[in-house]
Design a protein around this ligand. Structure first.
Ligand code: HEC
Length: 123
């Protein structure tokens, strides 16, 4: 799993490519990962997830950031796009460490990874 993640970070996430898995817009590792992935979007999942799991510390308006960097906020879809490679690194994969105290289910981490890797560039 972590190998795939590294590959995606190295060549996939953050590009300005608007293609989808079907027409070869994603690199092959991502394409394989995304092949039968369910549709996950900001509206269906991302906004609610980041609000609950991350924004207590990361929102631009939060009163107590608990040390979360001012520059790392997830208020909007564009904010998430700007940080998607770091979100993948810190909140998905084999040893996620965001949020720092855990509390996110494996299912939600899987949805997060699918959203960021397969659908983010299409929204
Ligand atoms: C309890 C507070 C808290 C919560 C909740 C939290 N974070 Fe953080 N986050 C921090 C702190 C503190 C830092 C800075 C220290 C560090 O990088 O470990 C940070 C840094 C980050 C960074 C920037 C550092 C890097 O590696 O690039 C990212 C990205 C990030 N968090 C993602 C997330 C995501 C995604 C969530 C929700 C799934 C989340 N965080 C939830 C406190 C929090």
């Amino acid at each position: 799993m972590s190998g795939w993640l590294l590959l995606a970070l190295a060549c996939g996430a953050g590009g300005d490519d608007t293609g989808d898995a079907a027409d070869g817009g994603l690199d092959s590792a991502t394409e394989a990962f995304c092949q039968d992935a369910p549709v996950v979007t900001w509206n269906s999942f991302g906004q609610g997830f980041t609000t609950e799991a991350c924004q207590t510390c990361h929102a631009s308006t939060t009163a107590e950031r608990n040390g979360a960097p001012d520059s790392v906020t997830f208020d909007t879809l564009d904010d998430v796009r700007a940080h998607s490679d770091r979100i993948l690194a810190r909140a998905t994969g084999d040893e996620p460490d965001m949020p720092p105290r855990g509390g996110v289910s494996d299912d939600d981490r899987a949805r997060l990874e699918i959203w960021l890797r397969c659908w983010l560039e299409e929204e």
